[in-house]
Design a protein around this ligand. Sequence first.
Ligand code: PSV
Ligand code: MN
Length: 405
Amino acid sequence: MLAFETLAETLTRDGVDVPQVMQRLKALQIETPSWGYGNSGTRFKVFKQPGVPRTAFEKIDDAAEVHRLTGCCPSVALHIPWDAVDDYDALADHAAERGVRIGAINPNVFQDDEYKLGSLCHPDKAVRDRALDHILQCCDVMRATDSKLLSLWFADGTNYAGQDHIRRRHERMQDGLEVVYRALPPGSRMLVEYKFFEPGFYHTDLPDWGTALLHCQALGPQAQVLVDTGHHPQATNIAHIVALLLEHGKLGGFHFNDRKYADDDLIVGSVDPFALFLIFNEIVDALDDPTTEATAQAIAYMIDQSFNIEPKMPAMLQSVLNVQTAWAKALLVDRAALRDRQDAGDVLGGYAVLQAAFETDVRSLTARAREELGGAADPLAVFASSGYSERAVADRVGAAQGWGG
Ligand code: PSV
Ligand code: MN
């Protein structure tokens, strides 16, 4: 690994504004999900891990440890009711004491028996109202915890042709979202997530960014699309989606993870780090463009992963490191040269500019950024020798074994 000073010198010689790169590198904040710390599994099995948190408070402790080691994960997303508590003020205070804050609130309208045929799209108004009530309660949780993001994912869909009326379901979704939109706390945003299949296999009510965008456009400026990188068909060009959502002011946030086949929840960037880099490349490009800058600045970066066979804390740390790496590489792209090659119609020239940034060894840059943020140069090594896991195993006995436990 090149020493920071040596790399900075070389980059400066190549025309890179290293102080600006470092400033942008340190500005990247990545939210971690409470459910990434608890037990989780596949359709087939939940493999229990010793030492996992038993309560929302302990999940916040783990998130705070990730922030302590990286310096760039100051918020934690909650999933309600997985993280439901009697006293949300106390939970927010606990987070603040640990040096983090509550991030996006994720309502769960997919695990009750009533939601078998959907939530906001359900044919029965009573079920739709139940889902709506829950989401509105989550808006109250936002108020209590000072969260500025409501993150919505719906498992709504059908399994058989003829099961339900596709357009009527679409209208029910819009009607429900409108009620939620009006209930958003001031200054907050609502992020609408899509997923191309699962659990609905014939049709999904929010299958793609286009459908999410239709809803968000009809709702207004506080509604934006959330891109979960694991929620696309094979070969989808996510960077393209990101570019178009940025262009229209509708890219609200990400759920990062990686995937090989479906919604695999693998460590971010573990399968295709180049794809992740290309996503960030579009974002850095948008930051430098006055027409898209505000949207790009406000993007909420979140990890959405449940770790089934790998140790959870190191996996979370690795994901954060991989996001930082891709971000750093995107910051190194020579934008003037790229523009020049593109305008010249130079097919391989533009690719070469991207490749040069992607192939740069940025480890010393990201390590320095973490140190300057108060984290560790090597969070995984520090975590391994910290005794945190061992203490958790000794102290935390009896965690719930189901999803979100
Ligand atoms: C659905 O697959 C999803 O990506 C949504 O964001 C959920 O809220 C999350 O996973 C947790 O199950
Ligand atoms: Mn997600």
